[in-house]
Design a protein around this ligand. Structure first.
Ligand code: 5GP
Length: 211
C-alpha cells in the first residue's frame, strides 16, 4: 500500500541532540504527528506517561508484544521499546505525516515493511561533543553514559543505511536541514500520486496509481 503521508524515521546515538531537534520540528509544523513508543525504561525526571513514552512494566510490554501490538520492537540499552502498530497505521491511512524517534534496528525493520519510510540519521559533530552532551544533560549516571557511548559506536556503523545524514553542530542549521527533508518528502512522486489521483488522472488521461 502507498500512503500519501510522509513517514520519517529519525535515528541517532543518544547525545546527538535528536529529541531537541524533533521537538523543535514538531513545534513549528502542526501537521507532523509524533509516534509515542512504549518502553520498559523508567521515566526520567520531567517525563510524563503518554507524552514522551507509554511506560510499561516488562510483563505488560511482553504481553502486548505477544498480542502483535507492535509494528516493531527492539531492546536498546537493556530496555524494550516498541512502536504501536494501530496508531501508526491509523495515521498513515488518514494521510498524516508521522515522525518516529527510533533506533537503527527499528528503522531497518520499518523500512522493510513500509519502503516509502525515510530514514534520517542525526550525527554529532564529534565523539567528544557526544560525550559532553550526555554528561551535561545530567539524566544518566556515569555507568549509563559509558554504555551509551559504546552503543553510539555500534549505532554509527549503520549510518550508511540512512537516506539522509544531518550533522547537528549548529542547532538552527540542523533544524533547517531537517525541515527541508520534511518538505521534500511531501513532494515525492509516490506520495503526490497518492494525494492527487484525480488531478494526475485528468492531466495524463491514465490512472497512475496511488492509494
Ligand atoms: P531513550 O531511552 O534515550 O529515550 O531512547 C533510547 C533509544 O531507543 C533511542 O535511540 C530511541 O530512538 C530508541 N527508541 C525509542 N522508541 C523506540 C521504538 O519504539 N522502537 C525502537 N526500535 N527504538 C526506539
Amino acid at each position: 500500500m502507498i500512503y500519501s503521508g510522509s513517514m520519517l524515521l529519525v535515528v541517532a546515538p543518544s547525545g546527538a541532540g535528536k529529541s531537541s531537534l524533533v521537538n523543535a520540528l514538531l513545534k513549528n509544523d502542526p501537521t507532523l504527528q509524533l509516534s509515542i513508543s512504549c518502553t520498559t525504561r523508567a521515566p526520567r525526571p520531567g517525563e510524563e506517561n503518554g507524552r514522551e513514552y507509554n511506560f510499561l512494566t516488562r510483563e505488560e510490554f511482553i504481553a502486548r508484544r505477544d498480542e502483535g501490538d507492535f509494528l516493531e520492537w527492539a531492546e536498546v540499552h537493556g530496555n524494550f521499546y516498541g512502536t504501536s502498530r494501530s496508531w501508526l497505521e491509523g495515521q498513515m491511512t488518514h494521510g498524516k505525516d508521522v515522525i518516529l524517534d527510533i533506533d537503527w534496528q527499528g528503522a531497518r525493520h520499518i523500512q522493510r515493511l513500509i519502503p516509502q519510510a525515510i530514514c534520517i540519521f542525526i550525527l554529532p559533530p564529534s565523539l567528544k561533543t557526544l560525550e559532553d552532551r550526555l554528561r551535561k544533560r545530567g539524566q544518566d549516571d556515569e555507568q549509563t553514559i559509558q554504555k551509551r557511548v559504546a552503543a553510539a559506536h555500534e549505532e554509527l556503523t549503520h549510518l550508511a543505511e540512512a537516506n539522509y545524514l544531518v550533522i547537528n553542530d549548529l542547532f538552527e542549521a540542523a533544524l533547517f536541514e531537517l525541515r527541508q527533508i520534511v518538505s521534500a518528502s511531501r513532494l515525492r512522486t509516490i506520495q503526490q500520486l497518492a494525494r492527487h489521483t484525480d488531478l494526475t488522472k485528468d492531466l495524463s488521461g491514465t490512472d497512475l496509481g496511488g492509494a
